[in-house]
Design a binder for this molecule. Structure first.
Ligand code: URA
Length: 209
């Protein structure tokens, strides 16, 4: 069973409250999502392996640590995942960014892929799939399926808010994938929206409704 990590850092939880609030305007919503993405980038990378190197300080030679192992790739799911990319790049500026375009069929809630563009060395990177909302899990599962088809093996999923149904579905389909979220909500409604959630993440980030 894949590991579920709820990032319960007080700063993340505080900001998430204002992200949820329907009175938060587009500008503030976007800024808050960006800030939470930065904080979650800090949490999701806390177990990256380190190696020791020598560095000359102005005083002496120091044995000091740098991140070793795989470089990171970010894979936002279009379009709402884009809202978290810049925030993550603030802490991981050398990450490459791939994109997967998936939309939800509103009747079946199935995910349909319409675009994929990955860094050429994606399979050698640790990939973080980014989508603010983990609702039914169909979209995330399909995105991870596509990455695995391209021989990517080290994949994590990062979302702001998840429904228990979505977490379960991803855990069943991809038991090897770590899932990092800021909150686990109550349920999905009949339209596939997370309750209480924050509404439509894409519309709130881009101000389209
Ligand atoms: N996508 C959203 O943007 N919000 C939800 O609540 C569920 C899926």
């Amino acid at each position: 069973m894949s590991k579920l990590v709820v990032c319960d850092h007080p700063l993340i939880q505080h900001k998430l409250t204002f992200i949820r609030d329907k009175h938060t305007n587009t500008k503030d919503f976007r800024e808050l999502v960006d800030e939470v993405a930065t904080l979650m980038a800090y949490e999701i990378t806390r177990d990256l392996p380190l190696e020791e190197i020598e560095v000359e300080t102005p005083v002496a030679t120091a044995t000091s640590k740098v991140i070793s192992g795989r470089m990171i790739g970010l894979v936002p799911i279009l379009r709402a995942g884009l809202g978290m990319v810049e925030g993550m790049l603030k802490l991981i500026p050398s990450a490459k960014v791939g994109h997967i375009g998936l939309f939800r069929n509103p009747d079946t809630l199935d995910a349909v892929e319409y675009y994929i563009n990955l860094p050429t060395d994606a399979k050698d990177r640790m990939l973080i799939v980014i989508d603010p909302m983990l609702a039914t899990g169909n979209t995330a599962i399909k995105a991870i399926d596509s990455l695995k088809k391209q021989s990517c093996t080290q994949i994590r999923l990062m979302c702001l808010i998840a429904a228990p149904e979505g977490v379960r579905a991803v855990q069943e389909a991809h038991p090897d994938i770590e899932i990092h979220i800021a909150a686990l909500d109550e349920k999905l409604d009949e339209h596939g929206y997370i309750v209480p959630g924050l509404g439509d993440a894409g519309d709130r980030i881009f101000g389209t409704k």
